[in-house]
Design a binder for this molecule. Sequence first.
Ligand code: RUB
Length: 306
Amino acid sequence: MSSIIDTTAESIRSMEIRGAGRIARAGAEALRGFAETYAGNDLASFRADLKAAEQTLLASRPTAVSLWNGVQSSLKGAYKTESVDAARELILANSRQFCKRSLEAGDMIARIGAKRICDGDTVMTHCNSSMAVGIIEEAHRQGKEFKVYATESRPWRQGIITVTQLAEAGVDTTLIIDSAVRSVMKRTDKVFVGADTVTSHGALINKIGTSQLALAAHEARVQFYACAETYKFSPMTLYGDMVTIEERDISEVVRPGEIPASVKVFNPVFDSTPAAYIDAIITEMGMISPGSVYGIMVEQFGYKEE
Ligand code: RUB
């Protein structure tokens, strides 16, 4: 196996590379590296090695469909070429195009979402989403005056990354612990969170605890926005597939010997927020309702029972 594939898969698995957009681009870039450095000329061997690379990358983290879409976009047509060179050229072009579109989508989402932040607002965000942070930074760049509450996001504490990024950008930022969400929601106007996957019926799969923010926002009549490039829409959910919720090792939650050996630890790292709790999804195609995800998916992917 190509070392770039193994190294990237391991970096994604260990969360050295994390966040749904970043892992998608990392998957695409790894396939580019694989294609660029592939030495042989035998088409059958190339296809077998490419399949193994694809599977290694896809197995690295199970929940974010962005990774699947990044990998599949990069491989489009690559198993059907008549030579290794043709496949290589195709993968390089596909991968570059995916990464470019991914970054452009992020810029567009920042511009669209920033319009939703007004002077005097108090905004809440969860975990560390480059889309949500991008929107907040853009609104700040535009000179709007508002403040942000960011959750710690146990156990990985990605909230520390968020507050650092926002503070460096000059945003008025307050860190809160996850269990303060309902209490602080009373002084919040808008919530912006990222997405790992959006299903065909408009449910949002994102960092564990997102559904609690949504529930508290709903109770407090606070607007709740999911920020997602459309490559986070899951075509598999059109065909009825469930999204796999990743469970990670208990060592991320407790130290060895900290609790009695008989106690079990359950560590799911994503949860599902029903469409009914989402005011809008901010995409590069504009602000859409969760109910319109199905139509966009059918347009993008077509409907074909597999
Ligand atoms: C990160 C997380 C983010 C989404 C979107 O989880 O849930 O909200 O991935 O991120 P983890 P982005 O830290 O486990 O990867 O907007 O950057 O794509």
